[in-house]
Write a protein that binds this ligand. Structure first.
Ligand SMILES: [Fe+2]
Ligand SMILES: [Fe+2]
Length: 296
């Protein structure tokens, strides 16, 4: 998949992409999963906390839908079709399937955060003003591109790990089907954000504010601005080997917004706040390890 589209992204193209995703990838059914686990204790030991994390984040899709209803009161038909008919139905199945897997491994069920944060409610109140709505929309697409990219990378790594453990049922009937659906989500957000920049929807002051807000509010997928989840995410990165090259990871995760918001900054390879968030998570996880609490 082209990560940097040079051609003009029309609304028609985005609508066709959404339609294709709906046709190609129906939500994964729970009964399509082969629940064979050869060595549950080993899978739990190696990847238990990663599966816990992914299950919770996927189940939080219902809060994400509430957030976008608040933030984007004027969402157009393509956006509505995407989140209501494609994205939410796919993500919730990812969550339910992973949540059942974690329970099959003897771990406790996920507890997703489904309450809207105060910040979102405030921004929602302002989002009825058109210029703010436009900023919120670009922020929403950039957040989507960054989080979906993190999902793609995490599922690729965990899939390889499951294959190495010889857990073919988990790899072939859980992780692979989930992993196939994430790049389409990423492409939707990337195309949508790109179109807003190509069409010059935002005035310079709105772009300036978007940059400031990304710097102030950027967070890794599922951390919800909470210390505990940031440390958990650090643990996920450590287990999946994503902490070996944090700059390379920041480049991957930040590619879309680097290109769309920061291209004018000479010498910047990725938005610095992304690397900062990655380092913070890894450090919080290491602190926790030192204190002897592996995944409290
Ligand atoms: Fe997902
Ligand atoms: Fe996704």
């Amino acid at each position: 998949m082209a990560i940097v589209p040079r051609q003009h992204i029309t609304q028609q193209k985005i609508a066709e992409h959404v339609q294709r995703l709906g046709e190609l990838y129906p939500p994964i059914r729970l009964d399509s999963v082969d629940r064979t686990i050869k060595r549950p204790w080993l899978v739990a030991k190696k990847f238990g906390h990663v599966i816990d994390y992914l299950a919770r984040v996927e189940l939080e899709v219902d809060r994400n839908v509430l957030e976008l209803l608040v933030l984007l009161p004027d969402a157009d038909d393509t956006n509505k079709t995407f989140y209501a008919d494609v994205w939410q139905p796919q993500e919730i199945q990812h969550g339910l399937i992973l949540d059942r897997l974690q329970q099959d491994l003897g771990r406790t069920a996920a507890e997703p955060e489904l309450e809207l944060s105060f910040g979102i409610k405030i921004l929602g109140a302002l989002a009825h003003l058109k210029p703010i709505q436009e900023i919120a929309k670009l922020m929403y697409f950039l957040t989507g591109a960054s989080t979906e990219r993190q999902a793609v990378l995490a599922y690729n790594k965990i899939n390889r790990g499951m294959q190495e453990l010889g857990e073919t049922a988990i790899s072939e009937t859980i992780i692979t089907p989930i992993k196939q659906q994430e790049p389409g989500h990423f492409a939707f957000y990337q195309m949508s954000a790109t179109a807003m920049i190509q069409d010059k929807v935002l005035r310079p002051w709105q772009l300036f504010l978007t940059r400031v807000m990304r710097e102030k509010s950027y967070h890794l997928v599922g951390t919800n601005h909470m210390r505990q989840y940031k440390a958990d995410m650090g643990g996920v990165m450590a287990t999946l080997g994503l902490d070996d090259d944090l700059e390379g990871y920041a480049r991957e995760v930040g590619r879309v917004e680097h290109r769309l918001l920061w291209a004018h900054k000479q010498g910047m390879e990725f938005p610095p706040y992304i690397l900062k968030a990655l380092k913070e998570s890894v450090e919080l996880y290491r602190d926790r390890l030192e204190r002897g609490l592996k995944f409290a």
